[in-house]
Design a protein. Structure first.
Length: 57
């Protein structure tokens, strides 16, 4: 059960994105988005680089 979804709808107070430790939290009970902001920034930068790389092909 995802901690930010209730009855199939994203909760109003849910963070902008989701980050879960699927090895230790397979049920996605604890969203680490706010707690691990540096990880989120790093992953976002890597994703943007991949997207931009694919645009130049």
């Amino acid at each position: 059960m995802n901690s930010d979804i209730e009855n199939g709808t994203i909760k109003a107070d849910a963070p902008a994105a989701q980050l879960y430790n699927l090895k230790g939290d397979v049920n996605q009970n604890t969203n680490g988005y706010s707690q691990f902001s540096e990880v989120v920034k790093d992953m976002d930068a890597k994703l943007k680089a991949i997207v931009n790389q694919n645009k130049t092909r």
